[in-house]
Ligand binder design. Structure first.
Ligand SMILES: NC(=O)c1ccc[n+]([C@@H]2O[C@H](COP(=O)([O-])OP(=O)(O)OC[C@H]3O[C@@H](n4cnc5c(N)ncnc54)[C@H](O)[C@@H]3O)[C@@H](O)[C@H]2O)c1
Length: 401
């Protein structure tokens, strides 16, 4: 069996790394640089080891390609391409459409197409299938299934094997073949009745996080106004053994999923005349958090940040990864600069971002910690500026939420 995986980013390469144990895998990506790097045995994704990649390449279990014809003899194709928002914050299915075109124009025998990209309910049935049929001029009848990805890059306790995986095909044959595929590397498969349920469940999982993060971010502002510690209060609430789940405040949400997926759910809800006011407001609260933090920092520093050297520590959206997509650090930096601060940032995991290099961890007037990587020495961090504001709750001795 040959498996083609369209998109060799966080999701696609992670799936490839598990699938290569049982199948011959072609990792198709439009980015020549990524493909060259992968074929030279270098992984660009946390959790996928270069040594493993090299092993599969040598054993002919894996190769990356920019050539769509390499997919033409695949038996299964997995779509793992980005699903971002457009400039006016609407679902952008253009990457999925291009992936459908690749399949439609290059695969001329019936195969199983599985979508792992996150999107709104109905994407498989009403967008992917018709799109592939359009590009293949209706000449091939493929099987279609949806199995939304749950990977959490950088996480070591849960992976493809032990994270339950939802799936559903448009037909029972598609469901059954999807089960056969994933059962080679996932121990816990959960079939749901339709692809729409799988698609909606994925969006709800991330909306649940977004809403709870917004709630705790709002709560942090309330506890500060009341003069009590948000962390002590959360720990106190967390002693309740049922009906409570602890979330911690932060500078906002980042990454490809939490700031984006709820907007997919809100968009489809509104299209169907259902309200999504709560989801929309949660998104706003998270976005407003960066402004609140800058206001707090200014208040503690005589009311003005004009001309102050501010070092933002950690620009990745979460600890121990280099991913800066939708990072809250971007808004924090924007607000600091709009207040006249001279801003640099320190993040050796990211290294270079937006044409700027990571600055040394010292010599600032003010340091604002947005993300705390394990590799960042806490003592050095506290010594990097006379005033350190920590948004993560991890740096003891710093000012914070
Ligand atoms: N990153 C995560 O933690 C995560 C977790 C669960 C689900 N998802 C979802 O999975 C999907 C993929 O996300 P990701 O994080 O892997 O993205 P990514 O940006 O890391 O990787 C996407 C890759 O696809 C390639 N690509 C884009 N369009 C292509 C095309 N038409 N043909 C070939 N290659 C193409 C890009 O060059 C890139 O290498 C998204 O829908 C995302 O929401 C991501």
């Amino acid at each position: 069996m040959k498996v083609g995986i369209i998109g060799q980013g966080y999701v696609g390469l992670t799936i490839a790394s598990f699938a290569a144990k049982s199948f011959e895998v072609v990792g198709f990506d439009k980015n020549q640089k990524v493909v060259n790097q992968l074929n030279s045995g270098i992984s660009h994704i946390e959790g996928v080891e270069s040594a493993d990649l090299q092993k599969w390449i040598v054993n002919s279990r894996y190769r990356a390609s920019t050539s769509a014809t390499d997919l033409s003899d695949a038996d299964i194709v997995v779509i793992a391409v980005p699903t971002p928002l457009t400039n006016n914050r609407k679902p952008d299915l253009s990457f999925i459409d291009t992936a459908c075109r690749t399949i439609g124009e290059n695969i001329h025998k019936p195969i199983l197409v599985i979508n792992e990209s996150t999107s709104f309910p109905g994407t498989l049935r009403s967008f992917i299938k018709p799109s592939i049929e359009k590009y293949s001029l209706g000449q091939v009848e493929h099987l279609y299934a949806s199995s939304p990805e749950r990977v959490d890059p950088g996480r070591t306790d849960f992976n493809q094997s032990n994270t339950p995986r939802l799936y559903s095909g448009l037909t029972s044959e598609a469901s059954s073949k999807t089960k056969d595929f994933y059962s080679k590397f996932c121990d816990n498969l959960v079939e749901v009745s339709t692809p729409e349920v799988a698609e909606a469940a994925k969006l709800f999982e991330n909306t649940f996080r977004q809403v709870n993060i917004a709630l705790v971010n709002e709560f942090a502002q309330i506890t500060h106004a009341l003069g009590i510690s948000v962390y002590e209060t959360l720990d106190a609430a967390n002693t309740k053994p049922y009906g409570f789940m602890k979330f911690t405040p932060s500078a906002g949400v980042g990454g490809h999923c939490i700031p984006v997926d709820p907007t997919y759910l809100a968009a489809v809800a509104e299209e169907h005349g259902a309200p999504a006011t709560f989801i929309r407001r949660a998104n706003e609260v998270n976005l407003e958090m960066s402004e609140y933090i800058v206001r707090r920092v200014a208040e503690d520093n005589g009311g003005s940040l004009q001309g102050k050297n501010v070092l933002v520590v950690g620009v990745a959206y979460k600890p121990n990864v280099a991913d800066v997509r939708e990072t809250a650090a971007e808004l924090v930096i924007q607000h600091l600069r709009s207040q006249g601060a001279v801003v640099s940032w320190h993040d050796d995991v990211v290294g270079n971002w937006k044409g700027e290099d990571s600055a040394p961890l010292n010599g600032a007037d003010i340091a604002v910690v947005v993300t705390k990587h394990d590799s960042v020495d806490e003592k050095k961090l506290l010594a990097s500026a006379p005033y350190v504001f920590d948004t993560t709750g991890k740096v003891k001795g710093a000012k914070g939420l």
